[in-house]
Design a protein around this ligand. Structure first.
Ligand code: HMG
Ligand code: MG
Length: 291
């Protein structure tokens, strides 16, 4: 298979947000450093969301304050609304540079939108819009997520047209990359292919990323379906950490180690150091065991 693939590491956010306990800041920083040693450039490190909803991410400002900014890494964070944007601005004011991308996130299904963001899809887009505008104004790159791109834990199967509508709504705000989240890992390769086909009517495929949870053990097969459709960016979490606290039945992200191994098997070079990645995976698993 041709081309290069960008791997977007989401373990420190999508992984650790789902741990029962709060991981100490020093451990989070150690994990991010281990991921950097493995050669990852895009690392999602936290969220500016309500600490009442996701206490595991409340220390994101401290994590950001302790990272090494000398290597030009993209340390991305989630920002759902203007309160979160204010938090991002306050946390990043004293840093050597803007840490990285901010991600706004919506759902393709109403049930998950309500459970995850406490509002309808339309309201979530209204909340994201000023965040996108403020970020662009500051020169911060914006990324978008659409959750439940094949199945919703509350509403069942999600029609591809609903996903296309959600992607179009985000890209009407700005021409951002949109990551397509199979939040509960119920997707199958054929449904993933149909969903991407519908989405490619509203967004170029090179602006899409795949974010497959591995609940059903099909994340790698879904990656391959997305690769066939032309997607060249994938989210994964070292050690297969994570899930989503508001998505019952979403225990694990696709492991970065498994993703890299499969891509290399397919002849796609990732440029990552697999031994260093395995070391980061061991660290992630130790942290999980202690949480
Ligand atoms: P809300 O209760 O509707 O918000 O929550 P509100 O505006 O009514 O405010 C209520 C309280 O929250 C107020 O505080 C606000 O100040 C505070 P109080 O007066 O009660 O003390 N508040 C905030 N505090 C900190 N940061 C903020 C913020 N906003 C309001 N940004 C809200 C709305 C979005 C905040 C809430 O629903 C929330 O935090 N949800 C958590 C969402 C989340 O982080 N989910 C997990 C990440 S998404 C995911 O994992 C999926 C993904 O991986 C892709 C995939 O797999 O599909 C990305
Ligand atoms: Mg996720």
């Amino acid at each position: 298979m041709d081309g290069t693939v960008r791997i977007y590491e989401v373990g420190p956010r999508d992984g650790l947000q789902n741990e029962r306990g709060v991981i100490p800041v020093a451990d989070k920083v150690r994990l991010v450093s281990a991921l950097m040693r493995a050669g990852l450039s895009d690392i999602e490190v936290g969220s500016f969301v309500s600490p009442k909803w996701v206490p595991q991410m409340a220390d994101t400002p401290e994590v950001l304050s302790r990272l090494d900014y000398s290597g030009g890494h993209n340390f991305a964070t989630l920002v759902p609304n203007m309160k979160g944007w204010d938090g991002f601005l306050a946390a990043t004011a004293g840093l050597p540079r803007i840490p990285g991308e901010v991600a706004v996130f919506i759902s393709a299904s109403e049930g998950f939108s309500k459970a995850n963001l406490n509002c309808s899809i339309a309201e979530s887009i209204e909340r994201a819009a000023p965040v996108v505008a403020a970020a662009i104004d500051r020169g911060v790159v914006v990324r978008g997520y659409v959750s439940c791109v094949t199945d919703c834990p509350f509403d069942g199967q999600v029609p591809p047209e609903a996903v296309a509508q959600a992607v179009a709504a985000l890209r009407a705000l700005a021409p951002m990359q949109v990551s397509l989240g199979d939040t509960i890992g119920h997707g199958t390769p054929d449904r993933v292919a149909r969903m991407i086909d519908a989405v490619s009517d509203v967004a170029p495929v090179d602006a899409l990323a795949g974010h497959f949870h591995d609940t059903g053990g099909r994340a790698l097969a879904n990656v391959e379906a997305a690769l066939q459709a032309g997607v060249r960016c994938f989210d994964s979490a070292v050690g297969g950490l994570g899930g989503c606290p508001y998505a019952p039945g979403a225990p694990g992200n696709l492991g970065t180690e498994a993703l890299v191994a499969r891509l290399e098997d397919l002849g796609i070079s990732t440029g990552l150091d697999q031994a260093a990645l395995a070391e980061a995976g061991r660290l992630a698993k130790t942290m999980r065991a202690q949480a």
